[in-house]
Design a protein around this ligand. Sequence first.
Ligand code: HSE
Length: 306
Amino acid sequence: MNQIKVFAPATVANVSCGYDAMGFALETLGDEMIFTKTDTKAVVISKIEGADLPFETDKNVAGVVAKLMLKESNANFGLNIQIFKNFKPGSGLGSSAASASGTAFAVNQLLGNMYSNLELTKFAMQGEIAACGSAIADNVAAAIYGGFILVRSYEPLDIVSIPTPTNLVATILHPQIEIKTEDARKVVPKQIAINTAVAQWANVGGLISGLHSNDFDLIGRSLVDLVAEPNRKQLIPLFDDVKNATLTAGALGAGISGSGPSIFALSKNLETAKKVEAAMNTQYKNSGVAYSTYVSHISKTGTRIL
Ligand code: HSE
């Protein structure tokens, strides 16, 4: 194989209660990337459409991950990379994770599938360090594994795939202001009270159990975040109004997607997810903030060949 085109999904990290520990991949929103083998052993990014990102391979997560993988595997080829971004960096939808995961997945294909999903996640996490300074796994693991994932442990890295109810649909509101993950991480407290911790890990257990048993009410009751959301929501215009409107429209629950500013809601069918989208539109249309909305099923495959 000399060339591969992949779809790298947008992802929702944290899923309210699972700060840095949970995420899921979207079915229909994501980037496209084309990787072509070259003889020169160098990595070149020749095209970036849809976002203003650096072409220098040391500053672009795709370049960082590709160079690392070619070096680690002693590959006898170089790469030409083309990136077509369909959602913006700084959206809270895992833009850097999509580039990093798409690269890890595609380079592995060109190498003849020598790495496991866990190893690909570790490579992609190096891209996250380049993007925001932290080796976070929730977005990249969701993008690589697909569906819902749990980062059970960072040291050693342990990723658990969680079953995804087929009917579950996500609605996303992306206010077009940029929040840098690095900045959003600074407002999350370094320490929390034990009663807050108890409530938070109880909700993670509830969410995992609800996803296993298709118990939509339990999923909804568990979409509560007492750690990041209370501190981050001030960064997002009309957050409480949007969240309340989505719940009134029938969403199971809603919260901040990753480090924001995007807001996600989960619904038990497409019809409700579209009503939730209409409710988000009603809240934002006169806000003066440009925005986009998306409705998508959860991607069970994650990054895939096109
Ligand atoms: N878990 C991360 C955060 C996701 O909330 O900061 C952003 O990459």
